[in-house]
Design a protein around this ligand. Sequence first.
Ligand code: PLP
Length: 480
Amino acid sequence: MKNHKHEKESEAHKIFREKAGHNPRGLLPQTVNPDEETVPGIIHPGSTGVIYCSDRAMANGFSYAAAHEWANLGQGAPEVGDIPDAPPRPQNINIPVDSLEYAPTTGVKALREAVANLYNLTYREGKESQYTYENVCIVPGGRAGLSRLAAFRPPDVLFQSYQVPDYTAYDQVLGAFRRLVPVPTSLDVENNYAMDLNQIKKDIKTQGLQVILASNPRNPTGQVIQGEPLKDLVQLSRDTTTTLILDEFYSWYIYPENEKELGKSISSAAYVEDVNKDSIVIVDGLTKNWRLPGWRVCWVMGPKNLISALSQSGSFLDGGANHPLQLAAIPLLDPAHVQREKISLQKHFKAKRDHVLARLEKLGLKVEIPPSATFYIWLNLEHLPAPLNNGLTFFEELLKEQTIVIPGIFFDINPSHRRNLFNSPCHHFVRLSFGPPLADLDKGLDAMGRVLKKAKKEGMHHFGHSYKPSLDGTHTPINV
Ligand SMILES: Cc1ncc(COP(=O)(O)O)c(C=O)c1O
């Protein structure tokens, strides 16, 4: 099997490029691709990783009705059912008449208070400056929070999503507001994909960077900045008056080796000095930590001024989070309840992580840098024979086995898609999610085993071709 050097030689990559928004942009001569203009004047935003992966899965027979036959290790969501020792899952919600009204665009006051209280208790005990409801804005999901933040930046501000790879929606959220410029940095394997504080300092100085955005813990690498380095990052923001937006959606998904540390979580809130002066903005919510992605109840925390600005952008962007579910969320933020949730979640997800890592190793897919947080495994396939050694082809081959993973290139922040995809630092990677229940994880690992066995026994001529054409129509979203 020929070892391809360029995406043009790969069937999986050709399919990817055919999708609206994935063809290289910005090449000369500048043309408008009519396929991308949905109706006159409205350009297609491009298919997101979520839509692309679900579209390709559906081309291979995936649907909600047939979902149980599939192993979805792509879905960026935790299992939502019962897990051992966790409080019972919410099953009913009250809908008082008042909740039929719009909620304020900053959210229900009692929920804002509950969020502030939880952060003060968890991260700020004994500190003079404490969060109040005025530091909290409830938003209809994490992405809505990010969009609200992105919507009101003045035109000259550089947003830096600091790490490549990082959460896929940053590319699109930032790209939707064209004034914002993501500045990608390289994937640093030697350094455990860690953030380079010295490089950040340089960029702040040389590029006049004013806002930094990063997920911590980090999707998709499963790494986390905590303790002194996190404190230093907060200090850097303070020293340089650079706003730091930390997406802390996986703040409970931490896996300490020592059992006694179970129940701890991480947040930059622990290192903020004055909650109204430090430009630290935290985005989190019920989506991952509370395992309630369908509720769409999340929050942005930061200085009071910021919250009133978020109220404005929310009023024209999304109109606020669901009112009855905000009321239903209040008891879920009770600190004792939260502690039970955290401990059961950490035990359960740690066991799943260890199980998947052990099985991958047996399959010859040892993970170079295992996740110490989140429920993602960033798997390097470089050592496999071509073409299984690239994430997009590995993804297509697993679809034939009713298994979904996410190709690494979706986590590359590559707004114009100009470069040869084979040169992406994420080209050789896939992201596996251990969010789903254990039985699904095993099903997916069995499928990987079958593909690798076939490669070993029958050679590589089976791979890299004969992919099903995409279907048009509605999609079952696979969240990335
Ligand atoms: C880092 C990160 N932030 C935010 C979100 C999304 O949050 P929501 O589904 O509430 O919009 C995700 C979901 O995948 C994520 O991985």
